[in-house]
Write a protein that binds this ligand. Structure first.
Ligand code: HEC
Length: 129
């Protein structure tokens, strides 16, 4: 395929995705992210939704608040963007422990039970806070 044909195909695909209302891959929808944030993802008694540990206001009840997380996330680990840090915090919470909190609270299963798309939605939601 020539370069021009390839460019055309890519533009048509991009236009089609916009027309269908679908977000381009890698970009989440903050509203869907908020739904996921309020859902008990492990679907078992005794397990918690993100929102039961992370508030959007004052810190707590069990984890740091997401208030201002879009700003804070990019400053947590040198060399990591906010998005990279949030992705890692979901998939591998032990990689960085927020000061004053314990490593044993945040569930470590999200990297396995959530799809990449669901994680993208969660990240978009957190970046809107
Ligand atoms: C049972 C409580 C609990 C649940 C449920 C939970 N977390 Fe956490 N989370 C924590 C705790 C405690 C910390 C701080 C310790 C650490 O850094 O791992 C944390 C840290 C984080 C951080 C880093 C915050 C910062 O200020 O740097 C992010 C991002 C995060 N969690 C996202 C999520 C998301 C998204 C979900 C749901 C899919 C979730 N957490 C579910 C307890 C929880």
């Amino acid at each position: 395929m020539s370069r021009i044909t390839l460019t055309m195909v890519v533009s048509i695909l991009a236009a089609a995705m916009v027309a269908c209302g679908g977000a381009p891959s890698g970009v989440g929808d903050p509203e869907i992210g908020e739904e996921i944030y309020r859902t008990n993802l492990e679907d078992e008694p005794g397990q918690h939704a993100c929102s039961e540990c992370h508030s959007l206001g004052q810190s707590g009840p069990f984890g740091p608040s997401f208030q201002g997380i879009s700003e804070i996330a990019g400053e947590r680990v040198a060399g990591m963007t906010a998005e990279e840090y949030l992705r890692e915090s979901i998939a591998n919470p032990s990689a960085f422990i927020v000061e004053g909190y314990h490593d044993n609270l945040m569930p470590k299963v999200y990297g396995e039970i959530l799809s990449e798309e669901e994680i993208n939605h969660l990240i978009a939601f957190m970046l809107s806070q």
